[in-house]
Design a protein around this ligand. Structure first.
Ligand code: BG6
Length: 500
């Protein structure tokens, strides 16, 4: 595994911990090695020391000397300028040859591009020019690209075209770490591995769907990137659309990569493009003001590090999507994401239609509870079924109750960064959980008209939500206009588990 951007944040927070977790669970082959590549010049020994410190901090390794030694024996480093240094790529080539020979590793390489997207094509071109990109004699070469993959439809098309001149689609793994999350993967099993949900998973029974990815954190140290991206680009065409497609897709004919991705792609094609009018009425943007989170005062977005003091970048986005196919016609999918919201919570809420009231007309029940399936993605993973039950007593009264399945209770605590499965899949050549070129482009096609309108008409009321709230009033209006309401989540674990 060759990691470009080996001294960066992603490598230390996610990639090394994920590799470590895979090794701990016995999923790593012994004939494996890592070549870290970064801008900094440093010796492999120094890089190993950094890696040990990072594993301690981010993977919680505690005195696991044998495993750490296993990693150190397999980790190497080389540094230089990615842009114009011919020497760097020659060094990488030599290092790969030597490492493979010394450890009897077959020359199968995968490259992880944990680098800014404007370097993707350039670095790939140099890898290929140095003879390290072509698959021949049964040896594979795979390339993982981090998001963002383009910043609008044109740039995504251009990047795809540049990469496809150098590589075949089969070699390209566009990563979206949401697909590495257990509950996201479980969506397919939940829907298609059970017989009771699929028959009601359609417009005849479902009123609407809500998808929320709420974060408590602000932009932290990423103001530079975020201020030019914004919440919509950062989260919606990638993470949120993965959740939309897995929720809405038809059953694939098999679990092979292209069957699953074909069905996801069809949903993206069926999402109605936004006209400029829709962009004004069916899309909401917000930016956080100062406020209080966990009893701590937090600053406004415009005063964050590396953010312009007059910034009009959105830190919150909500959309009403229409999927124009037989299954979902007239069933809106409301999606929202934002930073500095009341709680960290990601979920998919399937809201079913009301039962007819007829039977209860002469009882003291005034309103029937509606049924809801909530798929909790994080922080605690699980599924809740919400339904009405009779309250004990002589008078017919109805109460709303929840039936809860919680991953931890059933399967125990799984320590995961979300990258384990994705790295493993890349090693075994399974691209099911990676985005295909056409999917990336379809996603940008949906959101680019909104970005255009937002750019042409800057927001006049920013900041428009307090940190620690549930976002701007306009997002509530988006649903209340349709007679609906967001399901705002309370932290679940505390409510359900008595403290020991
Ligand atoms: C990243 C975004 O892709 O996902 C971040 O760039 C965001 O802005 C993060 O915070 C959220 O990921 P997770 O796994 O914490 O929900």
């Amino acid at each position: 595994m060759v990691i470009f951007g080996a001294t960066g944040d992603l490598t230390k927070r996610k990639l090394f911990p994920a590799l470590y977790n895979l090794a701990k669970d016995g999923h790593m082959p012994s004939n494996f090695a890592i070549v870290g590549v970064g801008r900094q010049e440093m010796l492999s020994d120094e890089f190993r020391d950094q890696m040990i410190a990072n594993l301690k901090e981010f993977a919680g390794t505690n005195g696991d000397h044998e495993l750490i030694k296993w990693f150190c024996d397999r980790t190497h480093y080389t540094g230089g300028d990615f842009n114009d240094d011919k020497k760097l790529f020659a060094d990488i080539k030599d290092m790969l040859r030597d490492v493979c020979a010394a450890n009897k590793i077959p020359e199968n390489f995968f490259y992880y591009m944990a680098i800014p997207p404007d370097l993707f094509a350039n670095v790939t071109e140099k890898i290929v020019a140095n003879g390290l990109g072509k698959e021949e004699d049964g040896k594979w070469r795979r390339f993982i690209f981090e998001k963002p993959f383009g910043h609008d439809l044109d740039s995504a098309k251009q990047l795809n075209a540049e990469l496809l001149q150098l590589l075949s689609e089969r070699q390209i793994y566009r990563i979206d770490h949401y697909l590495g999350k257990e509950t996201v993967q479980n969506l397919l099993v939940f829907r298609f591995g059970n017989s009771i949900f699929e028959p009601i998973w359609n417009r005849n029974f479902i009123d609407h769907v809500q998808i929320t990815v709420a974060e408590k954190l602000g932009v932290e140290l990423r103001g530079g990137y975020y201020d030019s991206a914004g919440a919509l680009r950062d989260m919606i065409p990638n993470h949120i659309f993965q959740l939309v497609t897995l929720t809405a897709m038809e059953p694939p004919v098999s679990f092979d990569a292209d069957s699953v991705r074909d069905e996801q792609a069809k949903i993206l094609q069926a999402i109605q493009p936004f006209s400029p009018e829709d962009a004004l009425h069916c899309a909401v943007r917000g930016q956080y003001d100062a406020g209080t989170i966990d009893e701590r005062s937090v600053p406004a977005y415009r005063t964050e590090e590396k953010v312009a003091p007059t910034s009009n970048t959105e830190t919150y986005a909500a959309l009403k999507l229409a999927i124009d196919n037989w299954r979902w016609a007239d069933v809106p999918f409301y999606v929202r994401t934002g930073k500095r919201l009341a709680t960290k919570h990601s979920s998919i809420v399937i809201q079913f239609k009301k039962a007819p009231f007829v039977l209860f007309r002469d009882t003291s029940i005034e309103r029937l509870t509606t049924n809801r399936i909530e798929i909790h993605i994080q922080p605690d993973e699980g599924i809740t079924l919400h339904f009405g039950a009779k309250m004990p007593g002589p008078v017919v009264k109805m109460g709303a109750v929840d039936m809860d399945f919680n991953y931890v209770d059933h399967f125990g605590e799984q320590i995961s960064t979300g990258y384990e499965r994705l790295l493993f899949d890349c090693m075994i050549g399974d691209a099911t959980l990676f985005q295909r070129a056409d999917m990336v482009e379809s996603s940008w096609r949906i959101v680019t008209p909104i970005l255009d309108v937002w750019q042409a008409i800057p927001a006049r009321n920013f900041p428009n939500y307090a940190s620690g709230s549930w976002g701007p009033q306009e997002a509530d209006d988006l649903l209340s206009r349709d007679g609906r309401k967001w399901k705002n989540e309370e932290p679940r674990i505390d409510m359900r588990r008595p403290k020991q």
